[in-house]
Write a protein that binds this ligand. Structure first.
Ligand code: BES
Ligand code: MN
Ligand code: ZN
Length: 469
């Protein structure tokens, strides 16, 4: 789908002219009134649509009327849903040229474009039989929108697409060297460290997780540094390219979609790939500790004691609590960069998914202002972050007789005890937030404007956050 800026949309010759109608309003679109309300009792309810032939009374061959719901109920995210609905409708009737002429939505146009583009996402690369519409020419959508608003929406959704493609990719093709390769192709300053170097960097926790796999682990550090940066941040993304659970092997049904355990790493790469074009004004360090969690014959074991980069020791209670071990070393590394804020994002705990479902990511941290600004950035961008507590008692279960701590605090409050674990690797005085996207990164069935599979969780929220400066 290609979006082009045009005005006089009603005069354009095209397959479909898409117009909007608010529920209970009679004057928002003359055409809509004429055709839809009088002829077929179309009420303009949210996401209701009505398609009609124009018989050459106007240049467009068809009109698609889209219900907006009540004007006072409209939100940015509802208009994203409407955008995706339009795309689905237009694709299903194989329209190749479309004019979207919406009224009374000026401040919602960026979100409308986001919805149109999100709705167009598919992951068909492994289908041998291509659907017949795929080799045909790209659909062109005409829209009256300011160029900078359009560009920002396009770049954001393109970053999301990169992230979704990476997370949807089977683990066989998305081994740790793959994100490393993609990171190095970004035209930014990227450093990649492999197996023995990771050991030499004293990343004993991360290295241990990688040992059960024949795939070499990769530690990836991507830097975007604009001139006169107002602020510096680091974003760490969990990059377990497949989580079998290790020796604490997962049951088959829990393992089924564990290729998604690098969704956060994919999110970081998606974001980093567009910062130049987005003209971001702050310095951003993208950090990924990528490896597989496998039960191979050199796998780390329960009862092992690992030493992280900051010297703290960890007793392995459960090899399936591997993400926090990789993040521990990544957090130590990020805190050495002297950035203003460290944000980690991870498909970290099933407990977070149980608590919040697929509707919201959990957020934790040591700085309320940072957390609040992240929640707001997410909300504006169409994501939801919900703060969960970090009472110090959540750390009780992490106590170890042998080492400084254990890597698992048991089932109850598992999202919070994981956050407490991570905090052990955040330098004193470092502002830090942790986002648990276990529930939001990957869907078992279609939801809102998403098809099933990877959602690109975190991309829109963090791009919005970064662009605020
Ligand atoms: N990658 C999983 C968390 C996860 C679960 C992500 C469901 C996406 C969907 C993580 O590594 C894990 O296995 N966590 C364990 C921790 C436990 C052993 C303390 C969990 O949540 O069960
Ligand atoms: Mn795990
Ligand atoms: Zn995991």
């Amino acid at each position: 789908m290609k979006i082009v800026i045009k005005d006089n949309l009603k005069e354009q010759k095209c397959d479909v002219l898409v117009i909007n109608l608010f529920e209970g309003e009679k004057t928002s679109q003359d055409l809509a009134n004429q055709y839809a309300i009088e002829e077929d009792h179309f009420k303009g309810k949210f996401k209701e649509t009505y398609l009609l032939q124009t018989y050459e009374k106007i240049p467009a061959r068809k009109i698609l009327v889209v219900g907006m719901g009540k004007k006072e109920d409209l939100t940015l995210d509802k208009i994203r849903e409407i955008g995706a609905k339009i795309t689905n409708k237009v694709n299903s009737i194989k329209a190749k040229s479309v004019a979207v002429d919406f009224v009374n939505v000026e401040e919602y146009k960026g979100a409308l474009v986001e919805g149109l583009l999100i709705g167009d996402y598919k992951f068909n690369k492994y289908k041998s039989e291509k659907k017949d519409d795929e080799d045909e020419k790209e659909t062109e959508v005409m829209l009256n929108i300011e160029e900078n608003v359009l560009t920002r929406a396009e770049l954001t959704i393109s970053a999301m697409e990169t992230a979704r493609n990476m997370a949807n990719e089977p683990a066989a093709g998305m081994t740790p060297s793959k994100p490393a390769e993609i990171a190095q192709s970004l035209n930014l300053n990227t450093k990649v460290y492999s197996g023995y170097e990771i050991e030499e960097m004293n990343m004993g926790a991360f290295y241990a997780v990688s040992k059960g796999s024949s795939e070499d682990p990769k530690f990836i550090h991507i830097t975007y540094a604009p001139k006169d940066a107002k602020k510096k941040i680091a974003i760490i993304g969990k990059g377990i390219t497949f989580d079998s659970g290790g020796l604490n092997i997962k049951p088959a049904s829990s393992m089924l979609t564990m290729r998604d355990d690098m969704s956060a790493a994919a999110c970081v790469i998606g974001i980093m790939s567009k910062l130049k074009e987005l003209n971001a004004q702050i310095e951003v360090h993208g950090i990924i500790a990528a490896c597989e969690n496998m039960p191979g014959c050199s796998a780390y074991k329960q009862g092992d004691v690992l030493t992280a980069r900051n010297g703290k020791t960890i007793e392995v209670d459960n090899t399936d609590a591997e993400g926090r071990l990789t993040l521990a070393d990544a957090l130590c590394y990020a805190c050495e960069l002297e950035v203003d804020e460290v944000i980690d994002i991870a498909t970290l705990t099933g407990a977070c998914m149980v608590a919040l479902g697929t509707q919201a990511a959990g957020i934790f941290g040591n700085d309320q202002d940072l957390i609040d600004r992240l929640i707001k950035s997410a909300d504006e961008a169409g994501e939801r972050y919900w703060q969960l507590p970090m009472y110090k008692e959540y750390g009780d279960g992490l106590k170890s007789d042998m080492a400084d701590m254990k890597n698992s605090g048991g089932r109850w409050g598992g999202a919070s005890s994981a956050a407490i674990f991570l905090q052990n690797f955040v330098k004193e005085g470092q502002k830090w937030a942790h986002i648990d996207i276990a529930g939001t990164a990957f869907l078992d069935s279609a939801q809102k404007y998403f098809i099933k599979g990877a959602t690109g969780s975190g991309v829109r929220a963090l791009i919005n956050y970064i662009l605020k400066g």
